[in-house]
Design a protein around this ligand. Structure first.
Ligand code: ADP
Ligand code: ADP
Length: 224
């Protein structure tokens, strides 16, 4: 029961006369409910891999299945639907809307999903409470600490109840104590049944995941 399956995925970029092989033949299966660290040097292809798993980007060749659905012949609309329904994204720099409060940031994806106002508010409040921000709902991102901002971003990523959580260096902009707390939150979310993929440069954090995948030069390596 693999929720994510990649078969010989390549992603090449043509830059002038050069071909950058960001991913060069990745085959990978991740079981439902797994908690995987993606590690590897800067420029090794980690973000490209996350973007492809999250259907923000498509392979140059090879194919992938997300929750049993092969993405190869999907239209842009079908890919967007899959992405919104199945995947939640968390980024290093939080990517919150600066002029919206915490609760507005969390509600925004529901607005696009056509959910009514009452349900939007209820769901966002429940999720902010879940991540420990019950008393910060009306604050702007500029009034929150880094760890609090990342908690808002995590609540937003959970709002469509995705099976898969993709976190691209979610602790990269945080001090180590705050990073540990965010890691604990991902561990809890994984224990609740979500499949979590966690990109990190921090070996200690990577080892707390249940499995580790090392990427080097766009390929899976034995460790580094
Ligand atoms: P990582 O996340 O491990 O730092 P990336 O996936 O961001 O690695 O990048 C992998 C390689 O692909 C790097 O050599 C990077 O410069 C290149 N790359 C990424 N995105 C682009 C792009 N849009 N155009 C050209 N090259 C790119
Ligand atoms: P990361 O934190 O993963 O290392 P980067 O700073 O390498 O991220 O890349 C940030 C963005 O820039 C990504 O969307 C990536 O696709 C793009 N990018 C990376 N390298 C290149 C490149 N050589 N040319 C064009 N875009 C790139």
């Amino acid at each position: 029961n693999n929720v994510i399956e990649l078969y010989n995925v390549r992603r090449y970029y043509i830059v002038g006369d050069f071909c950058v092989k960001a991913l060069d033949g990745i085959t990978l299966s991740l079981p439902r409910g797994s908690f995987t660290a993606i590690m590897g040097p800067s420029g090794s292809g980690k973000s490209t891999l996350m973007n492809i798993i999250g259907c923000l980007d498509t392979p140059t060749s090879g194919f992938l299945r997300i929750d049993g659905e092969c993405t190869s012949n999907m239209s842009e609309d079908e890919l967007a639907f899959l992405r919104n329904k199945k995947v939640g994204f968390v980024f290093q720099q939080f990517n919150l809307l600066g002029k919206q409060t915490a609760i507005e940031n969390v509600m925004t994806p529901l607005l696009y999903a056509g959910v009514g106002a009452h349900e939007r508010k209820e769901k966002a409040e429940m999720l902010l409470e879940r991540v420990g921000l019950k008393d910060r709902m009306k604050h702007l991102p500029s009034e929150l600490s880094g760890g609090q901002k990342q908690r808002v971003a995590i609540a937003r990523a959970l709002v469509n109840d995705p099976a898969i959580l993709l976190a691209d260096e979610p602790t990269g902009a945080l001090d180590s104590k705050t990073g540990d707390q965010i890691m604990e939150l991902f561990q809890e979310l994984n224990e609740e049944g979500r499949t979590v993929i966690f990109v990190t440069h921090d070996r200690k954090l990577g080892m707390r995941c249940n499995s580790q995948v090392y990427i080097k030069d766009g390929r899976i390596a034995e460790g580094y």
